[in-house]
Every structure is written in C-alpha cells, then in structure tokens.
Design a protein around this ligand. Structure first.
Ligand SMILES: NC(=O)c1ccc[n+]([C@@H]2O[C@H](COP(=O)([O-])OP(=O)(O)OC[C@H]3O[C@@H](n4cnc5c(N)ncnc54)[C@H](O)[C@@H]3O)[C@@H](O)[C@H]2O)c1
Length: 298
C-alpha cells in the first residue's frame, strides 16, 4: 500500500509481481486517510503492518515541514489506530538513527540515547516512534520500532546522496557536496536493512526499539571520491555548496542489542555493495530517468 507520491514508483516492484504475483496486491492510498485504512484492514485479516511509508528527504523537510507532519506523524497515528481496531497482531514502525541527532567525534547511538532530532524530518519520525511506543503501553499493541542508519542499494530514489552522486558523475555534472564534506554517515545495504526488519517483525519484543547499522562509517567526501574513482571521473567534478541547515555532523550506530536479540547482522561488504550499486544505476537508466523528469532535476 502506497500513496505513490513523487518518491513512489510501481516500476520498483516489477520483480515482486513476477516472483509473488498471486500473493501480492497493490493498494494506492494515503496512510493518513482513516477511512481508506479501515476499509483495507476490514477487508483483509492482516497479521502485521510494517510501516515504511514516510516523507523521507531532509532537504524537502526544511522547505516544507507540513507534508512530513501529515505522513510521518498523522499517518502513523491513523495506521496505528486502524491496526489496533482491526486486531492486527504486529506493528513494525520503520524509523531512523536521525531521531538521535548528531554525535561528536566519538561514541555511538544506542537504543538508550536521548531523542534529539535536528530536522523537521527527524523530529516527525521521533514523534511517530513515540506514538508507536505509546500504543504499546496504552493499548498493549505488539509494536516494535526499528532505527536504521543510512541505506544504499538499487532502486533508491535519485535525490538521496549515493544515487544523486552516481547520476551526476555519469552526466559529467558537478557533484554538490554540503559544507566541508566532513559529515560522517554509517552506510548499510538495503538488503541488510530488510533482513533486520524481517527479524524484528517475527522476533522483536513488543515495546522494544532496535538500532540497525552497517558498521561502515565514512566521510561524505571520501564516499563521493570512491564513486568518482569507480566511474573513472575526475575529482574536479566535486563542488562544495553551502551547508544544509541544521546538518548533523556524525551518525554512528551501536547495533549490538539488535544483533544479539534478533540474531541478525549486516553481511554486505561496503566496497562490493557500492560497486554493484553503481553498476545497477549504469544498467538501469530506464528506471531512474523518468523519475528525474517527473520530479524535476536536483
Ligand atoms: N533511506 C534511508 O536511508 C533510510 C534510513 C533509515 C530509515 N529510513 C526509513 O525507511 C522508510 C523508507 O525510506 P525510503 O528511503 O524508502 O523513503 P522514500 O521517500 O524513498 O519512499 C517513501 C515511500 O512512502 C510513500 N509514501 C509517502 N507518503 C505516503 C503516505 N501518506 N501514504 C502512503 N504512502 C506514502 C511514497 O510514495 C514512497 O513510496 C522511511 O520510513 C524512512 O524514514 C530510511
């Protein structure tokens, strides 16, 4: 179920339809639409709701926070209520390490780190996390919250850092790097994130929060240089631009609790994962080209 906003794309599900056609149905709806959610939950006896739906791009949240409150806060609240009313057993709220704010040079976020979000995006996600956990305490709903670090991999919308840089480099356009490029992110392959979500869905303890990270801390600037190197493009394409407002300096995730409790661990080697991701964007221009045209250039 997806509202198919600018970021939604049914073409990303082609493989799913081929592999699981008979077990798969698609519904176009807004998670903040209570009537639509109630009708869907009434019609289907779902075992679980896994809420990935979100407005997710920090830069867009700085320009128009309202959409983020609508989907991330109100939408999550509507979905939680509808799932509760219709007896859905499990609810997984997909969240982000950004709810913890920014780290200094050392340390890592644990599940006990205080929530200290910097952007309208991360504060709306923090609000959703708290609503989800409150539903567990208040109504006894089997809610699990997962907080993951930055994802990369195929099918990622081309406004996010890695696909944006790959596409700019492929077109010999300047690669815009915020500030001094010394911000640190912990990259995790999307398949490792999804494996963790499945583990949380079936093994997560109701009311628990689980942090997921890839253990790949990297400076944004070094990451951009790696992409240029693999594509055989010059570093002179790098263009430093005015820093993002409220830009978090460093994220690093301690995922030892999730690894122990959920018997999960990230498996993808970052260098190899990045290489296959770059190759995927080279091979799948027909996937991303229409998205650029639809949403305007970044
Ligand atoms: N991308 C990351 O690095 C990352 C890291 C940690 C957590 N997350 C979380 O994972 C989830 C997915 O992230 P993403 O990067 O795939 O986001 P995305 O922006 O690429 O995709 C979001 C999807 O949600 C849909 N959507 C938006 N508003 C909706 C609404 N009101 N009702 C129904 N559907 C709606 C969009 O159409 C789109 O398909 C989000 O909850 C995000 O906060 C992402």
């Amino acid at each position: 179920m997806d509202a198919l906003t600018y970021a939604g794309n049914l073409a990303s599900l082609d493989g799913v339809v081929e592999e699981h056609g008979e077990r798969y149905e698609f519904f176009k709806a807004d998670i903040a639409n209570a009537d639509a959610m109630d009708a869907l939950m009434l019609e289907h006896q779902f075992f679980a709701v896994v809420n990935f739906a979100a407005e997710s791009h920090v830069d867009r949240s700085i320009n128009s926070p309202e959409n983020f409150i609508h989907t991330n806060v109100i939408g999550t609240s509507v979905l939680l209520n509808s799932a509760r009313k219709h007896g859905v057993q499990r609810f997984v709220q997909i969240s982000t390490d950004e709810v913890y704010g920014s780290l200094g040079k050392t340390g890592k976020f644990t599940e006990k780190s205080p929530l200290d979000p910097s952007s309208p995006y991360s504060s709306s996600k923090a609000g959703a996390d708290l609503l989800a956990l409150a539903h567990h305490r208040t109504y006894g709903q089997e809610v699990v919250v997962t907080r993951c670090s930055n994802n990369y991999g195929p099918y990622q919308f081309p406004e996010k850092l890695i696909p944006l840089m790959i596409i700019k480099a492929l077109r010999d356009e300047p690669l815009p790097v915020y500030g001094d490029g010394m911000n640190v992110r912990d990259w995790i392959h999307v398949q490792d994130h999804c494996a963790a979500v499945v583990a949380a869905l079936f093994e997560g303890k109701p009311g628990a929060v689980y942090n997921f990270g890839g253990g790949n801390e990297m400076l944004n600037l070094d990451l951009v240089k790696m992409i240029l190197k693999q594509l055989g493009k010059p570093e002179s394409l790098i263009s430093f631009v005015k820093d993002r407002l409220g830009h978090d300096r460093r994220y690093a995730i301690d995922s030892s609790f999730a690894q122990k409790e959920l018997k999960w661990k990230p498996r993808k080697d970052f260098k190899e994962g990045l290489e296959t991701t770059i190759q995927w964007y080279i091979d799948n221009q027909t996937w991303w080209q229409p998205l650029l045209e639809r949403a305007g250039r970044y």
